[in-house]
Design a protein around this ligand. Structure first.
Ligand code: GRF
Length: 218
């Protein structure tokens, strides 16, 4: 059973060094990353800072956006490298930047058990479906093709099953008649941008208990 009963910034602060240091992992455009960065800048996501933005794709637009914001941004190319070797290199960057929590924001790789063991209950992901439906790639298209009437997005802890960890929060998005994957994806993304900062704040607050598959707010 994992517990997180302390509060950031309180006497029971689980992060005594001060602000919680986030490491963002991305492979693409990085709109979730930018949205999180803006929430922190506006003081709407408190008690944390972005210590590092890390990508396996050297020309990911999200890395450029990070540099434009003056954030530490590092590329660790994954092409032609084993998963284990790549994750070891990723871990080294995260540890060098004293990262406390890893936030996946469109990171298109499965993490190795060794990586996850280095951050127990400290890796979060956002997925554009109502898990456990439609894990993996092209979730919005999978949902449309299946014919669901309600889609959405999920923030979950990352474990060794693809999109399979404990669910922290979800938001619903109605499917419209004649929806396309692009239109549905855009409406889901708008909800992702509301959901992820809120879910991160909840997890960082430490006011929850994870019992089996249950995330129980306190
Ligand atoms: C989002 O749909 C997210 O749910 C998924 O990857 C996409 C990343 O988009 N994991 P962005 O790069 O954050 O814009």
């Amino acid at each position: 059973m994992a517990t997180g009963t302390q509060r950031v910034g309180s006497k029971e602060d689980p992060h005594p060094r001060g602000r919680v240091r986030l490491g963002i992992l991305l492979s693409g455009r990085g709109s979730n990353f930018i949205n999180i960065a803006e929430h922190i800048e506006r003081g709407e996501l408190r008690g944390c800072e972005i210590a590092l933005v890390l990508s396996n794709v050297p020309d990911a637009p999200g890395l450029t956006a990070a540099r434009e914001r003056g954030l530490q941004a590092v590329a660790q190319p994954s092409r032609g490298v084993s998963r284990e070797e790549h994750d070891r290199a990723m871990l080294a960057h995260l540890q060098e930047h004293r990262v406390d929590y890893v936030i996946l924001a469109g990171y298109m790789r499965v993490l190795t058990p060794a990586f996850l063991q280095a951050f127990p209950q400290r890796v979060l992901n956002i997925h554009p479906s109502l898990l456990p439906s439609f894990p993996g790639l092209d979730a919005q298209r999978q949902a449309l093709e299946y014919g669901v009437k309600v889609a959405g997005c999920t923030v979950h802890f990352v474990n060794d099953a693809v999109d399979g960890g404990v669910i922290v929060m979800q938001r619903l998005v109605r499917v419209r008649e004649n929806d396309t994957a692009e239109r549905l994806s855009a409406r889901i993304l708008a909800q992702e941008h509301r959901l992820y900062p809120e879910a991160i704040a909840r997890v960082l607050s430490g006011k929850y208990e994870a019992r089996g598959r249950q995330y129980i707010p306190r």
